[in-house]
Design a protein around this ligand. Structure first.
Ligand code: ASP
Length: 365
């Protein structure tokens, strides 16, 4: 064995008995806390770590109020919801993924079936849906009224260079503030959606927040698994895949080292292969926090460390090492849109579920 391999051997040799732990992105409506608690319950009952993290993220995939994952996710520019997911099963070192999957609420489960039931690692688009149906998944409409209302608001807010839009009242209509006019029109179409929700959906339409859920688990035998699932970037071009379904980009796990996953702007993560890079950084001896910060520095380097350009980017990593050491790490101290919240992760251990602050590379002024 060469000297270069020694630090990694050091990590594994030095570890204490593995702690049972689950981490995930925080997500809205305490989605991360519920996800981690569920995954922990499955692990505590003797379940497999991949079944555990998938059961956890299923809660968020099936929650219509989380507009960044699964059922209720925001659609692409054509008003079609396309979901992406990837899974890694540590003990068997197997992986699976689906991309641009339509009409199935739980893409994480389909990714697991790709891993278990096919000789492939990734299926996308019509082929992924065909496979899911063959496997017995129910095809259903996953575009909720709230997601459609947000999409219609986005379309109505778009203007050509002369400030004109074909989606909205004609030039003969009385002048009115754009936001008020758009909300009023959409309200006519969806009278069941309350004022407050419509105002929130306007914010979604104009500044789509980043979502996605990544979840990584470790059991007391030292077995690990991980999943990332998302509806991707809101209003994306049809067929766009981000980092979430890319094994090595939005998710990576090496049973001998640990795992990492991401949420945020997938394109920037893919330009550094973030999840794989972080696990490799740990392999070369960096602790989780430093391993993730190093990856974020590479993202910043791709912009020549120009804070102005980087300000438009949100990117978050979640890292769990094989000995139970973990962290969340974000490019910025708080996201660009949800300015009230600090960058956080959800964690569940024997002490229960909680939010913890992530470390970060840059501070917003
Ligand atoms: N990472 C996801 C993607 O790029 C989206 C997100 O987390 O907001 O598709």
């Amino acid at each position: 064995m060469g000297a270069a391999a020694l630090p990694a051997a050091g990590i594994v040799a030095a570890q204490a008995r593995p702690k049972r732990i689950v981490i995930s992105s925080a997500n809205m409506n305490d989605g991360g806390l519920h996800c981690c608690a569920k995954a922990m319950e499955v692990i505590a009952g003797g379940g497999d770590t991949l079944d555990a993290v998938i059961a956890g993220v299923n809660i968020v995939e099936l929650d219509p109020r989380d507009h960044s994952v699964g059922y209720g996710g925001l659609p692409n520019e054509d008003g079609v919801v396309e979901l992406d997911a990837s899974v890694v099963h540590g003990p068997s070192r197997r992986m699976g993924a689906v991309g641009a999957l339509q009409n199935i609420k739980t893409p994480s489960q389909v990714a697991q079936r790709v891993m278990q039931d096919t000789d492939h690692m990734m299926l996308v688009g019509a082929g992924a849906l065909k496979f899911a149906k063959a496997e017995g998944f129910k095809e259903e409409d996953i575009f909720t009224d709230e997601a459609r209302a947000a999409w219609l608001m986005w379309k109505r807010a778009l203007r050509d260079a002369n400030g004109h839009s074909n989606w909205g009242p004609g030039v003969d209509a009385p002048p009115e503030a754009r936001k008020t006019a758009v909300i009023r029109e959409v309200q006519r179409r969806f009278p069941q959606i309350g004022e407050e929700t419509l105002a929130e959906l306007w914010d979604y339409a104009i500044h789509p927040p980043h979502g996605t859920i990544n979840c990584i688990a470790l059991n007391e035998k030292g077995e690990m698994s991980a999943v990332t699932t998302t509806s991707g970037m809101a209003w994306k071009l049809a067929g766009r895949l981000g980092d979430s379904p890319i094994v090595g980009g939005g998710l990576w796990l090496d049973q001998d080292i640990g795992g990492a996953g991401s949420t945020g702007r997938g394109e920037e993560n893919l330009r550094v292969c973030g999840a794989h890079l972080i696990v490799e950084n740990m392999h070369h001896g960096l602790p989780p926090k430093e391993a993730a910060i190093e990856a974020l520095k590479r993202v910043a380097r791709n912009f020549d460390n120009d804070r102005k350009r980087l300000e438009a980017i949100d990117l978050h990593f979640y890292v769990l090492r094989k000995d139970g050491e973990y962290c969340g790490a974000s490019l910025w101290d708080r996201p660009s849109v949800e300015t009230r919240r600090k960058a956080q992760l959800a964690v569940c251990t024997a002490e229960g579920s909680r939010h913890e602050d992530a470390v970060y590379l840059l501070e917003r002024s």
